[in-house]
Design a protein around this ligand. Structure first.
Ligand SMILES: *[C@@H]1O[C@H](CO)[C@@H](O)[C@H](O)[C@H]1NC(C)=O
Ligand SMILES: *[C@@H]1O[C@H](CO)[C@@H](O)[C@H](O)[C@H]1NC(C)=O
Ligand SMILES: *[C@@H]1O[C@H](CO)[C@@H](O)[C@H](O)[C@H]1NC(C)=O
Ligand SMILES: *[C@@H]1O[C@H](CO)[C@@H](O)[C@H](O)[C@H]1NC(C)=O
Length: 529
């Protein structure tokens, strides 16, 4: 009963592809701070646990707990029991019938009733129709189930891919910041060292996330593909068997019918087992959906989901966020220093180039620093421009240059305070500052699990109803088809026997039956009696 658990675990991991970034359990516990445990999906998972003397299981959704699997498995017990009973009872019946056929009662003619034949015929047609409906429902259900699991998987993979892209863009900005400055002003060496460190950590984390997502998604895709193939094969096998059985029992080919009965015996037992597994899976999907919903609603509690998915190493993510603020703060300072001390300076003529390049006109607005020295948020002072608007605002202060003097010496020939070369550097630095502050919240969302909660909320709202409905449909279709084929197997036997008795009876009534040559001897024997 518990044997299918690993496979089902695999499927449940569908929801859990978004993997910890800098994962360690200790830091996750630190984030949650308190020891207040919260039992996920408590009402939903209140089931009898066969491993614990059939007492009710109270641990909630926890796929690390064998008692959880045992209690879910127990919900499928009736179906597994039906499989066992069918296999044993019908097996014994087959064995006895075979014995009887071989030794005790060969070809004994018995009376036949027309009503019996008619009833068995109606029964045969009815169960064959039922089997066809069940198979159609199973086939339709597996298609929808496959569609909704695939959509869920692709959604989670896309979310993960977006995160990886965000992290990569963020490290790209950091790396650009390292090389950014307004000559001869650049970032202090200490800050450059910090950048290398943060870039290294964040790159490792995003590569890990990308690799884990790719490998988990590939595994889950192949598992889903296998499930799909198995379901299609089962539906087709049941349908073909039902129709062959119908045709051969209508023709009265008893020996082939017994072969089909034997195949049906095995196939029905196998389908029941599969059915139970799907019921288990259906229940686990339902539990997981409820658990994800509750996890989203109880951000502060420690739950079983946190054991598996400790969000990210929040300390590391906060560290990365702080370092990015520090880099940003220093970058804006360097840039403003250049603007205040070079561009906006009214150059005393005796100062040597590059400080004096004939700048003139109104002063260039400084860039707004989004952070204070202790990395708190800072509101812009009046006269400062935000990083996003700065390149456009500064364009008004660019002068046209005339190359005079030594190599690389540009001098403003018109009014203005920024040469085109300086403008390019300034705009580049403002872009980096904008990028760093723009991706800060993305990093913060990773750090406090907002990202994962958003993913779970969306899976719960958009994907769970379909997953639940279609896994239920597959289960019901399969159960219906299995029961119908089971009844069909019985109907074949009954009908084929009735038909044989009828033909035997006919032969007795109409001895001249011209197409039963092999019975001539038998008739001669009867007459002799
Ligand atoms: C989940 O089950 C495991 C194994 O029994 C246990 O160690 C863990 O504490 C459980 N988690 C919760 C939140 O109950
Ligand atoms: C201008 O340069 C001086 C000396 O290098 C420095 O102390 C000052 O902070 C700079 N001004 C700005 C606005 O950065
Ligand atoms: C310096 O700029 C002024 C305009 O502000 C211009 O008239 C003058 O020609 C420039 N000097 C040189 C050497 O280019
Ligand atoms: C800002 O920087 C990013 C990344 O380096 C780059 O792709 C983008 O083109 C830049 N934008 C501007 C306006 O320079």
């Amino acid at each position: 009963m518990i044997a299918p658990a690993p496979r089902a675990t695999h499927l449940v991991l569908l929801f859990l592809v978004s993997v910890p970034l800098f994962a360690t359990d200790a830091s996750a516990a630190a984030w949650w701070g308190t020891d207040s445990s919260f039992v996920l999906a408590a009402a939903q998972t209140h089931r009898q646990d066969p491993l614990d003397g059939f007492r009710y299981y109270t641990g909630g959704w926890n796929i690390s707990d064998e008692h959880y699997w045992a209690s879910v498995g127990f919900t499928a017990a009736p179906v597994f029991a039906a499989a066992g009973v069918w296999f044993v009872v019908f097996g014994i019946a087959l064995f006895l019938a075979a014995c009887c056929f071989c030794c005790c009662c060969p070809g004994r003619a018995r009376s036949y009733s027309r009503a019996c034949l008619a009833v068995s015929l109606v029964l045969l047609l009815a169960v064959t129709a039922a089997a066809a409906v069940g198979c159609a429902m199973l086939y339709d259900g597996q298609g929808r189930f496959h569609g909704s699991t695939t959509a869920t998987l692709e959604y989670v993979v896309r979310q993960s891919g977006d995160t990886v892209n965000n992290l990569r863009t963020f490290t790209g900005f950091l790396q650009t910041a390292k090389a950014t400055g307004v000559e001869p002003f650049t970032l202090p060496d200490k800050v450059k060292g910090t950048i290398d460190e943060v870039v290294g950590k964040v790159s490792a984390a995003s590569n890990e996330l990308a690799a884990r997502t790719a490998s988990n998604a590939a595994k889950i895709r192949s598992a889903l593909e296998t499930v799909r193939k198995v379901l299609i094969v089962v539906a087709a096998a049941l349908l073909i068997l039902a129709f062959l059985g119908l045709v051969f029992s209508l023709c009265g080919l008893e020996s082939i019918i017994y072969l089909l009965v034997f195949i049906g015996w095995i196939l029905v037992a196998g389908t029941f087992v599969l059915c139970g597994t799907f019921l288990l899976l259906h229940n686990v999907v339902g539990d997981t959906c409820v658990a994800m919903g509750e996890w989203v609603q109880h951000p502060q509690a420690h739950t079983a989901l946190d054991d598996i998915l400790p969000c990210v190493d929040t300390a590391a993510a906060k560290e990365a966020l702080d370092r990015s603020k520090e880099v940003n703060y220093n970058l804006v300072n360097v840039l403003n220093g250049a603007l205040a001390n070079v561009s906006n300076a009214n150059p005393p003529p005796q100062l040597p180039p590059p400080v004096n390049y004939n700048q003139s006109g109104p002063p260039v607005p400084l860039l707004c620093n989004p952070y204070t020295a202790d990395l708190g948020d800072r509101a812009c002072a009046s006269g400062e421009v935000a990083a996003a608007d700065a390149p456009r605002a500064w364009q008004a202060f660019v002068c046209r240059t005339a190359a005079t003097g030594g190599p690389d010496q540009e001098v403003c020939a018109t009014a203005g305070r920024v040469t085109p070369a300086m403008y390019a550097q300034l705009a580049g630095a403002a872009n980096v500052s904008y990028g760093l502050s723009h991706y800060g919240p993305v990093l913060a969302a990773l750090a406090d699990c907002t990202f994962l909660r958003e993913t779970f909320r969306s899976v719960g709202d958009d994907h769970c109803p379909g997953l639940r409905r279609y896994s239920g449909q597959v289960f019901r279709g399969m159960l219906g088809a299995a029961v119908a084929v089971m009844l069909a197997v019985l109907a074949w036997v009954v009908h084929a026997r009735e038909q044989r008795r009828r033909s035997e009876a006919k032969e007795l009534i109409m001895p001249a039956s011209p197409y039963m040559f092999h019975h001539v001897e038998e008739r001669a024997l009867l007459r002799a009696r």
